[in-house]
Design a protein around this ligand. Structure first.
Ligand code: FES
Length: 504
């Protein structure tokens, strides 16, 4: 079988500089500490600073290299198919608030790009959710009707610039796309100074609610009147958000295509094997981005196979020879389609959270940053109740019970994985689970032949990690934690690296 093509890195990260903000140097105090420097954290930090607060934005690695650095970066309130369901499940008033809040997120991004003259490959685009076969066309038509009834710029169409026929699509006009990391790095420059800071390579270990709150990191301690946790899934378990949502992984390939062969607009399909399609400026031509093959983290899928299917699609539908990029993204999906934005727990009245963006993080993430800054500034916000992080329903839904059962089954079932005791058949560049003296060990052999052995027990809640051969990482099937091939945390909720195991 042919090997995968393309650099295994997000185009957004590969085409921007590595940021060089300092780590937390010593104990400091600010009005608001914000953990996580993606679109939510940076939006909230800029708004709070503009309102006169001092802020500290704290990132465990580098700015916007997590979920925000791996998105398709569509800025739209057309979220696949959602409005007909929201009207049915929550009523028209709440569906309208959802629509308005996401449109407000788009407007905030556009306002800053214009005000600050941000060079970020921004363009206005129409967004489409399309049905290729007649099977899903009724749903698409119903979505168009629902969106129109809510005042959104929607219509039902049968023609697009895609190079293949479709049965129908819902079209939203005047949506937008950009280079997300160019946008966020520019915006972040507004944060440091006058008592405000950005700290990178600073891992938050714990947060205590209080007046002030105390934030423990691996570099020192901060105190802040208010704390925002904006690190995709909050690293603090006490809000139980890991059990109120599930991690979903999806894949993206990027391929150079001549401008005159590229479709105009942003697209997402319907049905099981849906694809996400958009373009972005690239070396004088454009880079065609194809996303899809989304699955719950922990479901058995072959990562290479997922990329291969996207490559095949790019080849069949757009005549692409090889890809230039491939990467995966991971986001938390909430059980009722609404993000959680508000306090971490009823007792944490100074600690706030935003999670569950459900793969539509550009408009929702901006909206979340706006809402969090309003909550902290005491400004009344009409979206607060809809997205209240402490709302009760999702935790007892049938879907969430099933998700938690799946986790429990994996926790038990995975104990029997890795019965192989032989380390000699771990090939160079590969990882394998082995059992040594009854302990599960995650063994990785690097290209020079050196073996790296760490405990296979995830440091979050002790599920057993799996080897991801395409991305050379150890992935936890329970709540989406990810570790590098030598056991360093890549993705929360785990806070600690996999424990080193000495087999000598
Ligand atoms: Fe929760 Fe690994 S992420 S147990």
């Amino acid at each position: 079988m042919s090997s995968l093509t393309g650099k295994p890195v997000s185009f957004w990260i590969d085409s921007t500089a590595t940021t060089q903000y300092p780590a937390l140097p010593n104990d400091i105090a600010v009005d608001v500490a914000i953990v996580g420097a993606g679109i939510i954290g940076i939006t909230a930090a800029v708004r709070l600073k503009q309102a006169g607060k001092t802020v500290a934005l704290i990132e465990s690695k580098h700015l916007s290299t997590g979920a925000s650095g791996h998105t398709t970066a569509k800025i739209t309130s057309l979220h696949s198919l959602i409005y007909a369901d929201l009207i049915k499940d929550l009523g028209e008033e709440k569906a309208r608030l959802y629509a308005e809040s996401n449109e407000a997120g788009i407007a905030q991004v556009v306002e800053w790009i214009e005000q600050e003259q941000i060079d970020c490959d921004f363009s206005r685009q129409n967004a489409y959710t399309f049905a290729e076969s007649t099977e899903n066309v009724d749903k698409v038509e119903a979505e168009a009707k629902a969106a129109i009834s809510l005042g959104l710029p929607a219509s039902f169409v049968k023609d697009t610039t895609l190079p293949f026929p479709i049965a129908g699509a819902v079209k939203f006009e005047n949506q937008a796309q950009f280079h997300v990391r160019k946008y966020l790095l520019h915006l972040a420059k507004k944060i440091p100074g006058e008592g405000s800071y950005i700290f990178e390579n600073t891992q938050v270990r714990g947060v205590e609610n209080g007046t002030p709150c105390t934030i423990e990191t691996d570099r020192g301690t901060l105190s802040a009147q208010e704390v925002i946790l904006a690190s995709n899934l909050p690293m603090l378990d006490r809000g139980l958000f890991f059990a109120k949502s599930y991690p979903k992984r999806s894949y993206i390939v990027g391929a150079s295509i001549a401008r005159d062969r590229a479709p105009e607009g942003m697209f997402i399909g319907t049905g099981e094997n849906y694809r996400s399609i958009r373009t972005t400026p690239y070396n004088g031509d454009v880079l065609l981005l194809i996303g899809g093959e989304g699955h719950k983290v922990g479901e058995e899928t072959q990562t290479e196979e997922n990329y291969r299917k996207l490559e095949d699609y790019a080849r069949d539908r757009f005549g692409i020879d090889t890809c230039d990029y491939r990467w995966s993204s991971q986001d938390m999906v909430s059980f009722d389609n609404l993000p959680y934005i508000g306090n971490l727990t009823p007792a944490d009245n100074h600690v706030y959270v935003a999670t569950g963006m459900s793969l539509w993080g550009m408009s929702k993430g901006t909206m979340a940053g706006m809402l969090l800054s309003d909550l902290i500034l005491g400004i009344e916000n009409p979206w607060a109740e809809l997205y209240d992080s402490l709302r009760a329903t999702p935790f007892v839904s049938q879907t969430s019970i099933k998700e938690n059962m799946d986790v429990a089954i994996r926790w038990v079932g995975d104990r029997v994985k890795g019965l192989n005791k032989d380390l000699s058949d771990v090939a160079k560049g590969e990882g394998k689970l082995v059992t040594v003296d009854g302990d599960k060990v995650a063994a990785y052999r690097d290209e020079s032949g050196t073996l790296h052995t760490v405990s296979a027990l995830c440091t979050h809640l002790n599920c057993i990690v799996n080897w991801n051969s395409a991305e050379k990482s150890w992935d936890c099937p329970c709540h989406g934690g990810r570790f590098s091939c030598d056991g360093k945390v890549l993705n929360g909720p785990p806070l600690a690296d996999l424990e080193k195991v000495d087999l000598s």
